[in-house]
Design a protein around this ligand. Sequence first.
Ligand SMILES: Nc1nc2c(c(=O)[nH]1)N[C@H]1C(S)=C(S)[C@@H](COP(=O)(O)O)O[C@H]1N2
Ligand SMILES: [Mo]
Length: 433
Amino acid sequence: MDKTLKTKESTSVSRRDFFKKTASISAVAAAGLLAPATLNADDPAIMHHTKWGTTLGDGCNYHPYGIPSKYEHNIVRRTSALMSSAGDMHAAISMTPLYAQKGIITPNGLHFTRTHNGVAHVDPNEWRLMIHGLVEKPIVLTLEQLKRYPSESVIHFVECPSNGAAEWKGPQFNSVQFVRGMMSCAQWTGVRLKTILDDLGLKPEAKWMLAEGGDGSEMSRTLPIEKVLDDVIIAYGQNGEALRDEQGYPVRLLAPGWEANLSVKWLKRLEFGDKPWYAKEETSKYTALTASGRAIQHFYALETNSIITSPCPEIPWTYLKKGEMIEIQGLAWSGYGTVRGVDISFDGGKNWVEASLKGLILPKCWTRFSYMYKYEGKPLLLQSRSYDDSGDVQPTVNQEKTVVGVEGVYHRNAIHTWEVTAKGEVNNVQVRS
Ligand SMILES: Nc1nc2c(c(=O)[nH]1)N[C@H]1C(S)=C(S)[C@@H](COP(=O)(O)O)O[C@H]1N2
Ligand SMILES: [Mo]
């Protein structure tokens, strides 16, 4: 069910527009982005041995498995007791530090992590996957057998449908990590489920698939067969290495663009049936009562969304001087397809300018946007608004409430606002209209 408003005419970003935008960025660069600094021709940090250059460094094998620089120790996943069961971290969630995210690939150690019963540690030699129900040849696969099917690598975001839900009633956290950090993006490697089903023979009556996890919660979710045969992957690789334990090692389901609870981790069983069988949670939490009194039973795909990650409360503009150029950066995504564009507003949504999209632009994937801005030291209400190739545009808070009703909290994709004060501090506020 699609709750995003189709209010904007589809604006295709032509190649010509793209080159025009790129050109304007390089013009800014030529004019000088930073205030001129004096050149010290005998700068001791450059012209003499630096303090870290006077002794032998570590051997190249000192960390057989590398870790980040010690100066990056503050860039970590964070949790909130408010988003767990009475502060217990087994049924809880840790969030990705989006303010430190470079490009579109989340490092494995920073992938947000949601567990219903803690992180399981599965021995890959004992791991098994049962595929049964309405298939011609039911099977129990070992990991080695699974890996003999042809592999595929795809880049997709994973987002918990409750990302941002805490803010349904208004701003709660002065932090982009806590406001939107229940999502990450990675390159997943595995086997397309269709490849396996073509091999095993799916019976025509099969309309639904139950996926069950092997952790203590045995979390299970139901997916319609159309999605299963479209792009669902059984993943064992995450950004070039095996899945991390937190992401479901050795194997998870990945339902691209759909709410992340469907991407069952520590996967142990797939059953095919002609009727859906829902877990209790699926018939309560993931639905929404609309103003008309009717409920939306499934959302499944995540609507187009965006968030400005710089500036943000963690990266304020307090160091900027009036007249300096600064890059506004952020992430946009859509579970319905490919991000087509992002607009930026400085006045809480009254006026909009178009940002440029940067780097890889892929379906059901994070897309970077950027806008070069001349800082004036004036208060701003900074917003971003994305639109995708399905024709959807991000709604305002009020527009979203009109569609999903007052009780809905999941799938929040309303336009987010950062207040920038005259001093350059950044605060989480809500502009509803
Ligand atoms: N087996 C199992 N799978 C699971 C869960 C779980 O607790 N157990 N949590 C789900 C939820 S609610 C989310 S949001 C995603 C989070 O994926 P991640 O931890 O890899 O980010 O995993 C889903 N898959
Ligand atoms: Mo979730």
